[in-house]
Ligand binder design. Structure first.
Ligand SMILES: CC(=O)SCCNC(=O)CCNC(=O)[C@H](O)C(C)(C)COP(=O)(O)OP(=O)(O)OC[C@H]1O[C@@H](n2cnc3c(N)ncnc32)[C@H](O)[C@@H]1OP(=O)(O)O
Ligand SMILES: O=C([O-])CC(=O)C(=O)O
Length: 371
């Protein structure tokens, strides 16, 4: 038995939800480029969960179900108010709140298909509300209730800021949600599948997935990209900054990918948005700096930008706090996690690989008083 480091190249599951073949990403066979340009996030949720695009009636029904389930149990809001939140990372708050949500759901441990679908709706609907409520409560502001007349993208920005977003903001945020929704067997999705393959419940699966997304090698990279842009500060400092990182063999956040070789097809959409939004908000230097960083990392290291790189300047331009970038990733990716969890349940076998043992050979036990 020989271990494959990081399970590289190992095919651990079948899926009908998304595919990455020759650097092309599809959701259920639809190219991500088409979905990014045309689809609403709700359409994508339907696609991932039902493996077909909805007709108008099906879409309206899903939107209605989501809107009806966006409010949080008062206990989740009260719990946020209990803690001193200044030093709590919003991903930790989200992880805890999702686990807590399970305590309020009478169907949490009911494993029938219909009950699992109802829980999927509840989680998809409530996660944006959790992120927005946390962001406000930690600033001493009251949470804003969702509006029945807004879609998920607009509602999230509305609940976060307390004012209705304009069309450009909604379009950009919707596109970001579409682009982040699913990505085959990435680390957090795999985590979710491993968890529920023991026939544990959906809340446990999503809580585990949030924990995996939080890390800076995965979803946490988008916050780190913004930290890098802020640290660099101006375009004339980029070369020195990067060369020092290269010398120290440090990773440049927002670059590299386990699967893509030529580049991440989502990055170009975010790059375009970054150019537009940074100009509109009077901060074009964030886009210009990002382009220069990309040029140097790709030409000197041959490593292309991934989805996290330009999403940082996009979210910053939307006026979103930097430590909310990864929770926003979760607002979108929960759709994919839920799709994979439902798929796992539908054809389950426990996921239990082997390990190559590299420790000492057989040893003789020595009693503690003789050691
Ligand atoms: C949504 C997402 O999760 S997208 C990924 C988000 N993560 C990041 O942006 C963090 C930065 N990137 C990375 O850490 C990695 O590229 C990962 C985690 C995405 C992929 O990791 P792996 O597939 O294990 O690649 P690995 O780390 O082995 O890299 C291969 C080589 O490229 C180098 N490399 C990979 N990414 C980077 C990077 N961002 N900066 C500098 N060098 C890099 C590695 O140092 C390694 O070089 P070596 O062979 O000389 O040791
Ligand atoms: O697939 C991966 O390894 C990481 C990624 O890009 C994602 O989860 O969107």
């Amino acid at each position: 038995m020989t271990a494959t480091r990081g399970l590289e190249g190992v095919v651990a599951s079948e899926t009908s939800i998304s595919s990455i073949i020759d650097d092309t990403l599809t959701y259920v066979g639809y190219n991500i480029d088409d979905l990014a340009d045309h689809a609403s996030f709700e359409e994508v949720i339907y696609l991932l969960w039902h493996l077909k695009l909805p007709n108008q009636q099906e879409l309206d029904e899903l939107k209605q179900q989501l809107i009806e389930n966006m409010e949080l149990p008062q206990g989740v809001i009260d719990a946020f108010k209990l803690y001193s939140l200044q030093n709590v990372h919003p991903m930790a708050a989200l992880r805890t709140a999702v686990s807590q949500l399970g305590l309020y759901d009478d169907e949490a441990d009911i494993m029938e298909k219909e009950a699992n679908y109802r829980k999927a709706i509840r989680l998809q609907a409530k996660i944006p509300t959790i992120v927005a409520a946390f962001a406000r409560i930690r600033k001493g502001l009251d949470p804003v209730s969702p509006r029945k007349d807004l879609g998920l993208a607009a509602n999230f920005l509305y609940m976060l800021k307390g004012k209705e977003p304009d069309d450009i903001e909604v379009e950009a945020f919707n596109k970001a949600l579409v682009l982040h929704a699913d990505h085959e067997l990435n680390a957090s999705t795999f985590t979710a599948r491993v968890c529920v393959a023991t026939l544990s419940d959906i809340y446990s699966g999503i809580t585990a997935a949030i924990g995996a997304l939080k890390g800076p090698l995965h979803g946490g990279a988008n916050e780190q990209v913004m930290k890098m842009l802020t640290e660099i500060g101006s375009a004339d400092r980029i070369e020195d900054y990067l060369h020092e990182k290269f010398r120290n063999k440090e990773k440049i956040m927002g670059f590299g990918h386990r699967v893509y070789r030529k580049g991440d097809p989502r990055a170009k959409h975010l790059k375009k948005m970054s150019e537009k939004l940074t100009k509109l908000t009077g901060q074009p230097y964030y886009y210009d700096m990002s382009v220069k960083i990309e040029q140097i990392v790709t030409s000197e290291k041959g490593i292309p930008a991934n989805v996290d790189f330009y999403s940082a300047s996009v979210y910053h331009s939307l006026g979103i706090d930097h430590d909310l970038f990864t929770p926003i990733f979760a607002v979108s990716r929960v759709s994919g996690w839920l799709a994979h969890i439902l798929e796992q349940y539908s054809n389950n076998r426990i996921i239990r690989p082997r390990a190559e043992y590299v420790g000492p050979g057989m040893q003789t036990y020595v009693k503690i008083e003789d050691r």
